[in-house]
Ligand binder design. Structure first.
Ligand code: TXA
Ligand code: MG
Length: 504
């Protein structure tokens, strides 16, 4: 079979991107492919040449030999070949430093351009380390960051403008467009802002979760959101803004406390509840005299709101009562492909919704724990009140209701240390790597035991377990500190029976 050479390429990192990052890999038995590696690469190679570019500084440091590296790479290469995947060339930098070929130097992108006529501007580099993104940028290609491997650990060092994906398959979806899904929904920021200005509904990425947005001042457009989500009308929406001038259109009542919080935490995962102006439609606030506002920290969300030139009311873009989406494909899986367009901006970095803080009482009241911890808020404004588990009646923030974010599989919350469970039909959702079992359906939210990392991975992990058709999922609580509280809040809501539900 003769193949015509392609001029577009994907430069793949090895460890953490196509195989697990298991340290300095010395042996073939250390190689663990990700479940989605083969299917993702198969799709990518229909349009792109594939290169693997790997820093192997362990060689320069004397920790592994070049022969070992070549043997391992040969093994990976033949495994991929057996599965129909052709890696055009392996590029390995064995140096410890001080060479010209080590990422983030773009040496190998230039080499591929020279050797194979690759056009960097049409190409992507995918990796789990910020240096993979710098490598792409230095070479004039586009960098995509994955949260596998060391991805979530280094996330804080990554500029906000870089698209982040849960794994290789999500990144491939973004590059190729999901094959199973009708891609007519996907649109550019310009198309989405035109749609919002003309009274339509557009889903967009934020740093917490994807939102389903419409113009705050257009009640018919807002009604469409409730319809698409199947959400009860009493449940109020958050207005998303890009600057403080937009805040003036929503409230006339900005206290010093609010100013301090906005200065410190906006843009970011904090929603503040203010007394509303009369011009804010009741349908946005669920008839409340208050309005919830936040400035999201996602460059595409900010650009969209700016171009639409109006505050955008947006709940999380999930079907009512279901898990909040952290990728564009999650949104389409839940809401279908009718009645709205969507901007694909990769995975949401925070992974849980914003913290909701009400400023309409004498003392600030935390209505919903979320992406910003109560401790962080208290460092800036002192003690806040935490709203207790609410009753169905008289609810200030219905998002606090007991049942929420539910997977289809029966979901059980367990207390204490994780217990051994060798039933292959029981999935385990664990915080960190505990010696519970080595096989079977297990999702570990953060190998290193970081609550921030667990929050990023939570919804995607719940979704993966939910798709396995298991008898049950058992989830274990995180320590009640920092974002651990927000994660515990979400998993305990997922575990509550739906009768009590009025979720967002
Ligand atoms: O991170 C987030 O907040 C995401 C992204 C898209 O920004 N949005 C989100 O929206 O989670 P939603 O609608 O799923 O949750 C909004 C929460 C609910 O708990 C709602 O009850 C509360 O904010 N809320 C909205 N307006 C309120 C108001 N006026 N007073 C009290 N709570 C309010
Ligand atoms: Mg929601």
């Amino acid at each position: 079979m003769t193949e015509t050479a392609k001029t577009k390429a994907i430069f793949l990192d090895r460890d953490g991107t196509i195989i697990q990052d298991n340290g300095y890999i010395k042996d073939i038995s250390d190689v663990e492919f990700f479940a989605d590696t083969v299917s993702s690469l198969k799709r990518l190679q229909t349009e792109y040449e594939l290169f693997i570019v790997t820093n192997q500084s362990g060689v320069g440091k004397g920790l592994i030999s070049m022969q070992d590296v070549e043997r391992i790479n040969g093994y990976i290469d033949s495994f991929l070949k057996e599965n129909g995947i052709n890696i055009r060339r392996w590029y390995v930098c064995p140096h410890e430093g001080g060479c010209s070929c080590k990422k983030p130097s773009s040496y190998f992108i230039e080499k591929a351009a020279e050797d194979f006529g690759i056009v960097p501007a049409l190409s992507f580099a995918i990796g789990d380390h910020p240096h993979d993104i710098e490598f792409a940028e230095n070479g004039g290609a586009c960098g995509f960051y994955v949260l596998t491997g060391h991805g979530s650990k280094h996330l804080a060092d990554l500029p906000l403008s870089v698209p982040v994906f849960h794994n290789l398959s999500d990144a491939a979806n973004r590059i190729m467009k999901p094959e199973a899904l009708n891609s007519n929904n996907f649109c550019s920021i310009d198309e989405a802002s035109d749609l919002l200005r003309s009274g339509g509904v557009a889903a967009f990425p934020t740093e917490t979760v994807y939102g389903l947005g419409a113009d705050v001042f257009n009640p018919e457009a807002i009604a469409m959101i409730f319809k698409l989500k199947g959400r009860p009308l009493f449940n109020p929406l958050i207005a998303h803004i890009t600057d403080l001038k937009m805040l003036d259109r929503l409230t006339a009542d900005v206290s010093d406390t609010a100013r301090k919080l906005m200065e410190k935490f906006w843009p970011g995962p904090l929603t503040l509840v203010f007394p509303k102006k009369d011009s804010v439609p009741d349908i946005v606030t669920g008839g409340n005299p208050t309005v919830a506002v936040r400035m999201p920290a996602h460059p595409m969300a900010l650009e969209l709101i700016k171009k639409a030139d109006t505050p955008i009311a947006a709940p999380s873009a999930n079907a009512f009562g279901k898990t909040s989406p952290t990728t564009a494909v999650h949104v389409i899986e839940q809401l279908g492909d009718r009645g709205y367009k969507i901007i694909d901006g990769g995975a949401s970095r925070v992974g849980v919704e914003s913290t909701v803080l009400s400023l309409v009482h004498e003392r600030p009241v935390l209505l919903r724990p979320g992406g910003l911890s109560a401790e962080n808020i208290e460092e800036v404004i002192g003690k806040i009140e935490i709203q207790k588990e609410p009753k169905l009646k008289n609810l200030e923030s219905p998002g606090l209701l007991a049942s929420h974010y539910s997977p289809h599989t029966p979901f059980i919350l367990a207390d204490g240390e994780p217990q051994d469970n060798d039933d292959p039909e029981t999935g385990l959702l664990l915080f960190k790597t505990e010696a519970v079992r080595s096989t079977g359906p297990v999702e570990v939210l953060s190998k290193s035991g970081s609550a921030d990392e667990a929050a990023v991975n939570l919804y995607a992990a719940m979704r993966r377990l939910d798709k396995l058709g298991l008898k049950q999922i058992i989830a274990y609580r995180l320590p009640e500190q920092g974002l651990g509280k927000a994660v515990n809040d979400r998993i305990s809501k997922a575990a509550t029976p739906a009768e009590d539900s009025a979720s967002t």
